[in-house]
Design a protein around this ligand. Structure first.
Ligand code: ATP
Ligand code: LTN
Length: 332
């Protein structure tokens, strides 16, 4: 059976950007692609590429696993697991590093952005991160990888590495494809719509909506989102990035396209639009929070993660035996 796979790092509390750009899309695909197997993991090994407090990390890991389920994924058709519990990710990550060139890694924009922000203490794991990400995907022969736009470059390097390995050692990996949605692939910060809404930014950022924060705060953040001085609601990403970003959020949640939203708000101002959007987002996130609260301290969450690990391990072990053999490692 073909596999659709994705992962999110447990750095900070997931945002509305993660939900609309990745999680919601994943749920939609799961409902549509009934003859595919779905793998979703918590990319905890990726989280420690930047300094993380152990206690906070553990909480974030558990919360993220519960958020996956609360966002509407069907647990009966899902293999949900923690990256750190399936050791083969690191094994294959190292093999991938052995065929990755320094120059390729130096070109990665996510790395360059993080380095630009961090200045000191940049780790070698942050630099080699794309090799581990390639391993996450190739290990299971995933066919499709739904991600936001920011991850497209990492998918490209994954494809390059898969092809390189196949050419050098013989056919071993399926070459994956990124699945990026047209609308919602990049939700911007509500206070600075030129910047991606990001969970590892400033936790007090008024422009970032966190999935687990109180609904009244979420509403307030939407109502105080930065917009231009015009009042007519219409989409123009270049000239009106603020209102266009809000329209994207509106569109992904309600399913209305930009034209339909423009019509709906003809003759009305930003105030009406923002007020409605605040309610729409609060209802959507409110539902997620209810499901989250029901699952976060249940035994079920642990059971689902155990089953997920077992299923993932079977495929991962089999693939690694093949890889070691192809590369010439071990005593054969
Ligand atoms: P960090 O800030 O820690 O780098 P992040 O918020 O960018 O994290 P990731 O763990 O890197 O989140 O991403 C998880 C998934 O969410 C990826 O598929 C990514 O493309 C998607 N995603 C992240 N931020 C956004 C956003 N603002 N809009 C749409 N999709 C997003
Ligand atoms: N690098 C991704 C998270 C991630 C991922 C993956 C996504 C790690 N491994 C494998 C899809 C498939 C990120 O920063 N969003």
């Amino acid at each position: 059976m073909n596999i659709v796979l994705s992962g999110i790092k447990p750095t900070g509390v997931p945002t509305l950007g993660n939900y609309l750009g990745a999680l919601k899309n994943f749920v939609k695909l799961q409902n549509e692609m009934t003859d595919y197997e779905f793998f979703m993991f918590v990319a905890d090994m990726h989280a420690i590429t930047i300094p993380e407090d152990p206690k906070t990390l553990r909480t974030n890991i558990k919360n993220l696993a519960a958020i996956y389920l609360a966002s509407g994924l069907d647990k009966d058709r899902l293999t949900l697991f923690l990256q750190s519990e399936v050791h083969e990710h690191l094994e294959l990550g190292y093999i991938m590093q052995s065929i990755t060139y320094m120059g390729e890694l130096e070109r990665m924009t996510q790395y360059k952005d993080k380095v630009a922000k961090q200045v000191t203490g940049v780790t070698s794991a942050l630099f080699t991160y794309p090799a581990l990400m390639a391993a996450d995907i190739l290990l299971y022969d995933a066919k499709y990888v739904p991600v936001g736009e920011d991850q497209k470059q990492h998918l490209e390097i994954t494809r390059d590495l898969g092809n390189r390995f196949n050419n050098r050692f013989g056919n071993t990996f399926q070459i994956p494809e990124a699945l990026v949605t047209k609308v919602g692939a990049k939700i911007m910060d509500l206070q600075d719509p030129t910047k991606k809404m990001s969970k590892s930014g400033d936790p007090l950022d008024k422009g970032c909506i966190y999935l687990l924060e109180p609904l009244n705060i979420i509403k307030k953040k939407i109502k105080s989102a930065v917009t231009d001085s015009e009042t007519r609601v219409y989409y123009d990403k270049e000239k009106k990035p603020g209102i266009s970003n809000l329209m994207t959020i509106y569109s992904v949640i309600t399913g209305l396209n930009y034209d339909e939203i423009e019509k709906k708000y003809e003759g009305k101002g930003y105030g009406d639009f923002k007020g409605d959007l605040a309610e729409i987002v609060a209802t959507e996130i409110g539902g997620l929070q209810e499901r989250f609260n029901a699952i976060i301290n249940s035994k079920e969450l642990d059971e689902i993660l155990d089953q997920g690990r077992e299923r993932a391990e079977i495929l991962a072990r089999k693939k690694m035996l093949k890889v070691y053999h192809k590369v010439g490692l071990g005593r054969f």
